[in-house]
Design a protein around this ligand. Sequence first.
Ligand code: A2P
Length: 329
Amino acid sequence: MGATGAVGEEMLKILGERRFPVDRLVLLASARSAGRKVAFGGRQLAVEELGEDSFKGMDLVLASAGGLISKKFAPHAVKAGAVVVDNTSAYRMDPAVPLVVPEINPADIQKHRGIIANPNCSTIIMLVPIWPIHQKNRIRRVLVATYQAASGAGAKAMKELEDQSRDVLEGRPPRKEIFPHQIAFNLFSHNSAVKDDGYNEEEIKMIQETKKIFHDGKIRVVATTVRVPVFRAHSEAIYLELSEKPDLGLIRKILEGAPGVKVVDDRRKNYFPMPLEASGQDDVLVGRLRLDVSSPKGICLFVSGDQLRKGAALNAVQIAEILCHCGER
Ligand code: A2P
């Protein structure tokens, strides 16, 4: 579901790359895309219009067409006997739905009743590197500021960044359709709805989803989420307050041995995680490892992770691999 979107296209790529055992693949999108041909596994497949009867004979549905579409169609897929791995926010906080990052809580997958939720992209990119630290030295509090790419708002938003950049450079007034503010040569507070307490929905997702995935209702999280003019990888400045005084050498070792993480931290060369280098990679890049000079139990990190891959499509395919016992990792 959502096969023609930015995440959908990445899912197809990843299913092919990881040789996911696909017998029959059905590409579902809106009526606008019906009939469009998409290449997969050396064949050209025609996109079909999503409908309530699209799921007959399906084992697995990877859903990435937006929350309202998932709310409407996931129950039909489950009724038809499929398991839905849902990349939208529709079911994430439903207590009956597991919310899974395979490097963190793979056992939760087995509790599913037809739907498994893929977490928010900023949440995944933050949690993959901090989970192994949490295992050794419990995190009491997380402070995070995000630098989020246009890809998180879909293919049309990426195009808007490209078009606006061209408009500005060529002296035309940039047109705004997807984002509320100019994204080219600018940045702004995340474009999700702002609640009465001043937090936007993206920040609330990071706070609530962390507690659910970690099975730790006590961990305190506060976030400031920002959209930046980057095409496809999210970055985050993360501050952690730990239970015990941290040993930075040990933290580095933990991160070097952690699944899904790559340490990029060369102080001499001033070389640290960058969204351009994270793009197209499976691993979340982590660096700028520092003790907090203002607090004895604090550490600081900077991460970049591909929003479309680990933040969305890859995480969903990894969940599907565990479901069908065919994973690479
Ligand atoms: P389409 O390309 O036909 O509009 P993105 O997150 O990159 O914007 O992609 C959204 C995905 O969800 C696309 O594949 C899009 O299909 C699909 N989609 C959007 N609205 C609908 C709808 N009403 N019914 C089915 N698919 C939809």
